[in-house]
Design a protein around this ligand. Sequence first.
Ligand SMILES: [Zn+2]
Length: 146
Amino acid sequence: MSCVFCQINRSELPAYTVYRDNDCHGIMDKFPLSPGHVIVLSHSHVGSISELSSQERASLMEAGNKIGLALKATNKKIKDVHYLINDGPEANQHVPHVHLHVIPRYGWDLGLLPYRFLTRFANPLNYVLSDKRLSAWAEEIKSHLL
Ligand SMILES: [Zn+2]
């Protein structure tokens, strides 16, 4: 199977893991909408949350909540968090595999978000994309998971 998220779940592609349980896997987004952006991948290869079991949907949200709390504990500049699922290609789902975005908000970033939304795959910001930065974020988030 060529799904990039399945390959990450099987450790066939590198990723910075912040969380893992029986149903899902949280990793640093390599194309972050804001610094600290995490995506939580279901272990099941399905495109829509409606195809997950109730247990899997609940685990996805529970993992997102834990990661959101850890992000706030990691960086006091993070004011709030978006929890976002693009459920299907017409909803901007780029990889047809369920994933929950956990996107930190800093208060100053209202103008940055739409810019990053439109350009994040074509115009990455190196300061948030370096392996060193992503690794540091992952370690910080893991250290604050409850
Ligand atoms: Zn997949």
